[in-house]
Write a protein that binds this ligand. Structure first.
Ligand SMILES: [Zn+2]
Length: 421
């Protein structure tokens, strides 16, 4: 995933572990589960994420299969990612209906004050540790109600959150080719009714990889958009052979923009690492004071020094970010937050910068916006819905599958009302 670049320079030993674990390509099955008689009658949903598939890529690169499928069903001009517009927080928002500050994955890489340790999307052990994750992911909600689920990858699907994994899942790897992945989905849908999953998550990393390495306007990125376009078409064609009328929700986590690599922002002089733990780089840097008495002076100095970036106290973060001290349920947001002005980024350690990145405020940088298309028997046809926040995906899918929930979420049913028959 797109955090590999951070992994390499921050925690190279963890990257080695991650690469080793990538060799596990076997399907995991939780034995002893069955759909209840009531759940067997429910619809089917395949939730697809194409990482970094910017809101305008289908049109820009003429992804004709996706455009046709979207035209048959529901589409939005764009979907608004949660802040920060990066992979792990947003994938987990999509399946919990909670903002990152509320579900606990506040970044791909972050410091936890209470635990006095870092989470990293590149660290397989931490990724599989359920104690990092709040909320109730869709597959957990379904399994709790005796509806089976399957995952061909999704952030947090490898962790037994609330002691529950999807019935069928894989440890994330990029070794299994797309045809085998699609065949596995078909095999799941051909299982007897009592063991057939009703919710399947499916994740495609290729467009994000190319966007980072070559930029959003490169032919390499165009090629991966066409790869995703073909993969989704092949998937829908293969699933048709099962005779099941399946609902599809196609989303992305964020967009992609070209950055200014010529003028990276170095470590501000005001940041004293004997006084602060520094977390992050690139599109956001967070400072955790070792003693609260250090905050005021450093903040004042940073405000004076700041060029090409904004300085915020966590207590005064603009409301639109949903990322303030008051939102911070897991105590994982820094006391001082530094956010570069697009197209500038931080480069604290002199690493080689990619051409493209994401993580900026989507309200300011439209290229951060994500994609939403949906089609299938539950959805209206030839329908355009207004742009919405990605926290609304959770209630959309719980409505289709008729899965009640009691925990308070950030999403609303506005999208479900507009998109569903
Ligand atoms: Zn991503």
């Amino acid at each position: 995933m797109d955090m590999k670049k951070y992994t390499v320079f921050l925690v190279s030993c963890f990257f080695a572990l991650g690469a080793f674990a990538q060799n596990d390509t076997t399907q995991k099955i939780v034995e002893g589960r069955k759909n209840s008689a009531e759940q067997q009658k429910k619809p089917y949903v395949i939730l697809i994420s194409a990482d970094g598939f910017r809101y305008d890529y289908a049109e820009k690169y003429k992804a004709t299969h996706l455009q046709q499928l979207a035209n048959e069903g529901v589409q939005s001009p764009y979907m608004v990612p949660s802040f920060p517009s990066v992979t792990f927080p947003n994938h987990y928002t999509l399946v919990t209906g909670l903002y990152p500050s509320h579900h606990g994955l506040v970044d791909n890489y972050f410091y936890d004050r209470n635990r006095k340790e870092f989470y990293s999307s590149g660290n397989k052990a931490k990724v599989a540790d359920p104690t990092w994750y709040g909320g109730t992911p869709l597959w957990v909600l379904a399994e709790q109600q005796h509806m089976l689920t399957a995952s061909f990858y999704w952030v947090a699907s490898e962790a037994p959150i609330k002691n529950t994994r999807p019935t069928y899942y894989y440890v994330y790897n990029e070794k299994i080719n797309i045809h085998n992945r699609i065949q596995t989905v078909v095999d799941w849908l051909k299982l007897p009714e009592e063991s057939r999953p009703h919710l399947i998550t499916f994740y495609l990393p290729q467009v994000d990889h190319a966007g980072h390495q070559y930029g959003p306007d490169a032919p390499e990125t165009e090629k991966e958009v066409h790869f995703v376009d073909s993969a989704v078409y092949e998937l829908t064609k293969a699933v048709k052979t099962t005779g099941l009328d399946v609902n599809y929700v196609f989303v992305s986590d964020h967009g992609m923009t070209k950055i200014d690599r010529e003028h990276p922002i170095g470590k501000p002089d005001a940041v004293d690492t004997s006084k602060f733990i520094v977390s992050g780089d690139g599109v956001m840097v967070q400072l955790f004071a070792k003693d609260p008495k250090f905050i005021k002076d450093t903040y004042d100095q940073l405000k004076k020094e700041a060029k090409d970036y904004q300085v915020f106290l966590s207590t005064e973060m603009p409301e639109k970010y949903n990322y303030s001290k008051a939102d911070d349920r897991y105590n994982r947001i820094g006391d001082i937050i530094l956010i570069p002005n697009w197209p500038n980024v931080f480069n604290l350690n002199g690493r080689k910068l990619n051409v493209g990145t994401h993580g900026f405020d989507p309200i300011v940088v439209k290229e951060m916006m994500a994609t939403f298309y949906a089609w299938g028997p539950a959805f209206k046809q030839h329908t355009q819905v207004s742009p919405f926040k990605n926290v609304d995906i959770y209630p959309l899918i719980t409505t289709i599958l008729n899965l009640p929930y009691t925990e308070k979420i950030d999403g609303t049913t506005k999208l479900a009302q507009q998109a569903l028959k």
